[in-house]
Ligand binder design. Structure first.
Ligand code: SAM
Length: 258
């Protein structure tokens, strides 16, 4: 198990998960960021940021300049006040003391508006699987290709997202996989499929796999996420039924070669 010296400075998981929407929260961020060689002068793009807890953590702990993009309003979420997520990010950046290093923009893939070669590195967690769920594999690949376009040659993209561990899901999971507007059944795929998608979008894969602590991240999410606490019969129950057989959490570190 990783030790997460940066993420474990922040102990109040209920508070962190009120501004973060993905398994592992700051530990996931540290796991991916450690593989991106972030430095204070890195121009980092964070894609799909919710209320920006991970964005602020990256700016604070690695000192990078972070441009954070997220197109949505908070309307789907329990404590919504009909504001764009990047507004929450701005308030959060003040809390973290990183407002001088974080810029939030209401934009999304696959139409980022930035010029080609604008960033040294890119980062995204628990966001791209929704793009697969909404638009299928071609849309997912178009979104990856857009990230590649705005990265400099040699720049790294670190992605982590819910994935399944391969094969068919246990039959008892069926009702959970078809539940909701964006279903888990449409969002989740295997690491092999995601690797193929990165290659199709013109990336080289540096490292990929299932996160060793992925199941623990899911259980932490089930215990602390606001939506999970409000609806224990949805995701927490799905995880209990699965018991770590099919639901996992995967990551890819990929390079734009040229
Ligand atoms: C589940 S949240 C995860 C956010 C964050 N990485 C975290 O772990 O807290 C996914 C985010 O992706 C955003 N999103 C949806 N469509 C997007 C798009 N086309 N481009 C970028 N972000 C998008 C949503 O608004 C949402 O805030």
């Amino acid at each position: 198990m990783n030790s997460y010296p940066r993420a474990t400075k922040y102990l109040d998981l209920d508070s962190i998960y009120s501004r973060c929407s993905g398994p592992g929260a700051l530990r996931t961020a540290e796991f991916v960021a450690d593989k991106l060689d972030l430095r204070p002068d890195t121009r980092l793009l964070d894609i799909g940021v919710f209320k920006g807890e991970q964005t602020c953590f990256l700016a604070k702990e690695y000192g990078s300049m972070v441009v954070a993009v997220d197109p949505w309003l908070d309307d789907f979420y329990p404590d919504c006040d009909h504001r764009p997520f990047v507004d929450h990010l701005r308030r959060n950046a003040d809390r973290w003391g990183v407002a001088d290093r974080v810029l939030g923009l209401q934009l999304g893939v696959p139409d980022l508006k930035f010029a080609d070669v604008s960033f040294d590195a890119a980062y995204s967690t628990t966001a791209f699987e929704m793009l697969r769920g909404l638009g299928g594999v071609d849309h997912y690949r178009a979104c990856l290709a857009e990230v590649r376009r705005v990265l400099r040659p040699g720049g790294l993209f670190g992605l982590a997202e819910p994935m399944h561990l391969g094969g068919e899901p246990p039959p008892e999971l069926a009702p959970f996989l078809s539940d909701g507007i964006i279903t888990f059944g449409d969002c989740l795929t295997s690491i092999g499929q995601v690797e193929d998608d990165f290659l199709a979008a013109g990336f080289e894969i540096v490292e990929s796999g299932y996160a060793p602590d992925g199941w623990e991240w899911w259980l932490e999410f089930a215990a602390h996420d606001v939506e999970c606490k409000a609806n224990p019969e949805r995701i927490p129950r799905m995880l209990e039924v699965d018991g770590g057989r099919w639901i996992g959490f995967g990551y890819v570190i990929a390079r734009r070669a040229a």
